[in-house]
Design a protein around this ligand. Sequence first.
Ligand SMILES: [Zn+2]
Length: 271
Amino acid sequence: MTMDPGRAVTPIVGVVYAARLYETGEYRYVGITSNTVEFRRRQHLKAARRGRKTPFYDWLRKMASDEDVYFQPIELVVNGSLEDLGEAERRWIAKLRRKGHRLLNLTEGGLGPRGYVWTEEQRRAAGDRARGRKKVNVPTGPDHPSWGRTHSDELKAHWSRTRKGMNAGADNPNFGKFGSEHPSFGHRMTDEARQRLSEMRRGENNPNYGKSASAETRAKMSAVRKGRPQPSSRRSAHTRHHTNKGVFKDTCRHCIDDMRAIHSEKNKEEE
Ligand SMILES: [Zn+2]
């Protein structure tokens, strides 16, 4: 017998689950996970405690105890792809809605955010709610809830296999969206936000801080650039990309020098 080891080890793609009160038979939410239902349940409860605003989380928050809600596995999807898992979710949502269960799902199921398109009003309201809201910093190091925990290689391989390509090409929700079609179109960050992002990745905080590329990597980078004309110096790069285009960069030594020169000229005139 020949076996594809990748498939033989983990034929489970994921689980469709439904949430309901322990004491009633009415399902209120259908979801899918490629982890365990118990793991997903804890994620949902955490998101609810953090105040996420969707009908499902609003409903979860109304419970006196986490134990009031039962996350019930309803279908195990095996030997397929994530698409199949999404399809199974779609089927269950349609079926349960047809039978009169008042599901709180915002979408009809299936993968990714493409199932639900926000109206302009909803986007604006969400923006207003989020603006100025500080992100709660998750502690790093030993205080992080996942500190010291690792996922098994088997589980990681499984995730890698089942998620491969899920945002690639036409499957990407932003595929083919350019200009005003693109969600980031016209998005400008405030100087303050830019500054914050910049500081977060500077010096010791930069993931490459203190690291240097191996000889092998450097050879690769060099090979890629071979034959591609490069400015012969920083100075000529500055002239070409900054002076000639009217660009000022505070990270460019020559821009700073030019600026100083202009200032001292001015000062002389004023003296
Ligand atoms: Zn410059």
